[in-house]
Design a protein around this ligand. Sequence first.
Ligand code: KG4
Ligand code: ZN
Length: 365
Amino acid sequence: MAGTTTILGLESSCDDTAAAVVRLKGDAAPEILSSIVAGQTALHADFGGVVPEIAARAHTEKLDHCVETALGEAGIALRDIDAIAVTAGPGLIGGVLAGVMCAKGLAAATAKPLIGVNHLAGHALTPRLTDGLGFPYLMLLVSGGHCQFLIVHGPQDFTRLGGTIDDAPGEAFDKTARLLGLPQPGGPAVEAEAARGDPKRFALPRPLLDRPGCDLSFSGLKTALLRARDAQVAEKGWLTVQDRADLCASFQAAVAEVLAEKSRRAIGAYIALSPSEPAFSVAGGVAANQAIRAALQTVAAEAGARFAAPPPGLCTDNAAMIAWAGLERFRLGDTDGMDLAARPRWPLDRASQPMLGGGKKGAKA
Ligand code: KG4
Ligand code: ZN
């Protein structure tokens, strides 16, 4: 199999247990031979968030089965794999440890190399797997646990231009849904309501737009939404169906406008590097939102940059992105030893300050 690399990837840093097989043959486009994701939503439903101990135990129980299914769907055996890539952080440490121990067991049993992947690098390198983007490109990671702008120079080389100073936008969507009696996860529910609402009815704030730079903030927006809801209830004693749709539309418009304006600034900083083929990419669960996607696409077009948004299943947590990030490093001869450590925090850009605060879904990098 000269010129062919096949990597098994494992992911268990939050509440999805995942295994995948990715193959690259010579100069052809990479292939995802299988991608298995076993979610844990039902296990955490009664607790209003991810319970780390429950998540870690579930990962330990599900990992072997996910690996077996991923190999089976790919139609290959463990001996056909060139290396085993695993998320080694950042994330909920019990889950990360479960993945790293499983990967070490597989590596020891098969004498295959082990590659510890940064979960955020997995997200950030996905547009190379799906759209073949060349370095350097600009990336907006926007999900329930992450929100940051990165210039991706290479598989291990990232410059962080800015990010949230408090909540991630997905957390704000989820909270908005809770405040308005909509189901979880909140993003799709809020988006569906917003489609019938008036985005101009409630004047919600556009946090940090008045400050230079690419940092973002979403906790104030959440509070403003709560006040707007309470004002309606105080005025007439209840919230109408139209009030709810208008609140969702106004909230979504505020998030989209802030993300678009900060993206404009980030693209400005990126274009200043004179990339030969400018490209702006977005990943993470919130990137599934059509209004936000459209706003970001417009910003990219205005700047003359190609816009690449991976399909939703590869924007949210998965192991194909981990296998791919491992493959990029494997091809550079860069692997880890059995002393690979699980890390709760692991900033991508070693020169930038780590973010403070844990976040609902685990540590933010
Ligand atoms: O990337 P992801 O699956 O998990 C992590 O947070 O790492 O993202 C999940 C988040 C949730 O907060 C969810 O409400 C949000 O992404 N989300 C959306 C949409 N679909 C998912 N937010 C806005 N609009 C959507 N259509
Ligand atoms: Zn993630």
